[in-house]
Design a protein around this ligand. Structure first.
Ligand SMILES: Cc1ncc(C[n+]2csc(CCOP(=O)(O)OP(=O)(O)O)c2C)c(N)n1
Ligand SMILES: [Mg+2]
Length: 402
């Protein structure tokens, strides 16, 4: 097996123990020279975040009114699904967990049809055969999440391998929560992906809770990202409330997979500021004031643009090429090793982290086992100009995955 893309141990340490950020908690850039998307793109990102937030509010109310059976909110964690919309190609497949349902809205799935799946009414394309609120959209390449934790991960690896076998350069992107790293399917998928160098990206939203179980009870490892080392793939620990850092990291991981350089594992460090789902009452196991104050803090860092004039009109996206399934492959790509050249600064992550100051997300709760010298470092990302794309791996393409 070739190894040139394998990072050095020291580079791994910077990326899977540190915290990759482009934005400080107040929305300012960590590095003023970091290129940012255009105002239109920022507004589009912000509009999608707001849409998710409004949907969460309305749907939780509708559940309390008895109009829908179940709902799981993404409140406070919107940055990851938004970044996924901008970091993937429309031809890539999404394998969500509970909180990534709205990626399909960002990919153009009609809101009305999405809501019909929540309500299970006559507009539901699956006619109520799915579990409540388990939305999916074939036309936007998003499968339904499963109520069992973990199977989406092995499915995503398999889908990536199947695509590669037939010459399709689709990348699968799968999601899980911190609690799901304790499930056997997580380890099966990571090993499967690492050994086969599957074209996939596995994204863990570490929101610090698995229903009532805090994240420090899920693992004895220093971070979740570090687990990737054991499976022979890069682990990247990124600020899950920094949509620009997430978009960059996801873009590079997706293109790395697309270029045949194997899978990546991303830990998005964030916080579940609401209930686990409409079936949960978090006041039974964590203090109300803690959750409320965290919400304020995390929202502030999550809404990155705050600009007026938000528009949902598609526009040029610096990290997403405007391709369709039928369009030719773009000629440019991100160099796969960009992240491995990220520069670690000596600052600690808690200084600029959206978690800083969040009760319940103290330094000790996020990194309780880390001695001071190994506390996470902020990684300042640099954009590397797109490099030449390698020749296609397989000459003949045989249709897309259905
Ligand atoms: C195999 C399996 N075990 C347990 C459950 C019950 N369960 C549903 S959600 C959940 C917690 C998931 O936590 P996490 O993976 O951190 O995701 P989050 O909800 O925080 O996004 C659990 C234990 C399940 N659905 N499936
Ligand atoms: Mg969780």
């Amino acid at each position: 097996m070739d190894t040139p893309s394998q990072p050095e141990a020291s580079e791994h340490a910077a990326l899977d123990l540190g915290l990759i950020q482009t934005l400080k908690a107040d929305g300012q850039l960590v590095d003023v020279d970091t290129p940012v998307p255009t105002d239109d793109v920022l507004a589009e990102m912000h509009a999608l975040m707001l849409k998710m937030r409004r949907l969460d509010e309305r749907m939780m109310l509708r559940q309390r009114q008895g109009k829908i059976g179940f709902y799981g909110a993404v409140t406070g964690q919107e940055a990851t699904p938004v970044a996924t919309v901008f970091a993937t190609q429309p031809s890539d497949w999404i394998f969500p967990a509970l909180r990534e349902n709205a990626i399909m809205l960002g990919r153009g799935f009609p809101l009305e049809k999405w809501l019909a799946q929540v309500y299970g009414n006559s507009g539901d394309v699956l006619k109520g055969r799915q579990m409540p609120s388990h939305m999916s959209g074939r036309e936007v390449n998003q499968v339904s999440w499963g109520s069992c934790l973990g199977p989406q991960l092995t499915q995503a690896v398999g889908a990536g391998l199947a695509a590669r076998a037939r010459g399709d350069d689709m990348v699968s992107v799968a999601f899980l929560g911190d609690g799901t790293t304790s499930e056997p399917d997580f380890h099966t998928a990571m090993n499967f992906a690492g050994v086969t160098k599957a074209p996939c990206v596995i994204v863990c939203q570490n929101n610090h809770w698995a229903i009532s179980v805090p994240s420090e009870k899920q693992t004895a490892a220093e971070t979740f990202a570090i687990k990737a080392r054991a499976y022979g793939m890069p682990g990247l620990r990124v600020d899950g409330n920094d949509v620009l850092a997430l978009t960059r990291v996801l873009s590079e991981a997706v293109e790395r997979a697309r270029c045949g350089e194997g899978p990546s594992f991303i830990e998005a460090v964030t916080y579940r500021i609401g209930a686990h789902s409409s079936s949960d009452d978090p006041t039974r196991y964590r203090s109300e004031s803690s959750a409320g104050r965290s919400a304020t803090r995390c929202c502030a860092s999550s809404a990155t643009s705050g600009r007026a004039g938000c528009s949902t009109t598609p526009s040029a996206r610096p990290w997403q090429r405007p391709s369709t399934r039928r369009s030719p492959r773009p000629s440019a790509r991100w160099r796969a090793s960009t992240l491995l050249r990220a520069r670690a600064s000596s600052r600690t992550s808690t200084r600029n982290s959206p978690m800083a100051g969040c009760p319940g997300i103290s330094r000790s709760s996020t990194r309780s086992r880390a001695p001071p010298e190994t506390r996470p470092k902020i990684i300042e990302l640099r954009i590397i100009e797109p490099g030449p794309r390698p020749p296609p791996r397989v000459e003949q393409r045989r249709g897309r995955m259905e």
